[in-house]
Design a protein around this ligand. Structure first.
Ligand code: ZN
Length: 186
């Protein structure tokens, strides 16, 4: 997929998100468009002709494989409605400090702790990328806050939140942090 555009490829606001995912059918439509933007592709033989079955799955005309759009995704074989899944995804992606199981349980109004834990487990697993390469060179991280006393903290801590510019260097792998220039100051 080429460059994703907010408002066309993904919702740019909570209102847009809610309008796009009112029902499970809306969510399935969206997943189909994400997975097969140019139409069904059989995961087994890459055939492009498929029938939609009564249960929402597709059947490949060439090899007969039955496939759901959610197969091999975090939504695979879930009994939780996709609307709840989508809400969890939205909260997970937009919450700057992550999301706690209890908070998600209350927001989604689901009765089972296990359901919420399973959802969070699948969502968090997405963030783990096996075999990823280490960051090299200068790495700029998002703004953060390191708890220190204001009276003796480093200059940027006394000034409040600010970006940090991190470097990894030397044989010892030391981490170096310095405050980035204040963006407000240009
Ligand atoms: Zn096939």
């Amino acid at each position: 997929m080429s460059q994703l555009r907010a408002g066309r490829d993904y919702p740019r606001s909570l209102g847009e998100f809610q309008a796009w995912s009112r029902t499970d059918a809306d969510c399935l439509d969206y997943l189909e468009w994400l997975r097969w933007p140019t139409g069904f592709v059989c995961p087994a033989c890459l055939g492009r002709a498929g029938w939609r079955l009564g249960d929402g799955r597709f059947k490949c005309v060439a090899c007969g494989v039955r496939c759901s759009v959610t197969a091999a995704t975090i939504f695979d074989r879930t009994r939780t409605p996709l609307t709840l899944w989508f809400t969890a995804c939205w909260l997970f992606a937009t919450g700057k400090d992550g999301i706690a199981a209890l908070s998600l349980k209350r927001t989604l109004d689901v009765g089972s702790d296990q359901t919420v834990w399973a959802m969070l487990h699948r969502l968090r697993a997405l963030l783990v990328c096996p075999g990823r390469e280490r960051l090299v060179g200068a790495v700029v991280v998002d703004e953060t806050c390191i708890a220190r006393s204001r009276s003796w903290g480093w200059p940027w801590q006394r000034q409040g939140r600010q970006g940090l510019d991190g470097h990894r260097g030397g044989d010892q792998g030391a981490q170096w942090l310095r405050a980035m220039p204040d963006r407000a100051a240009g």
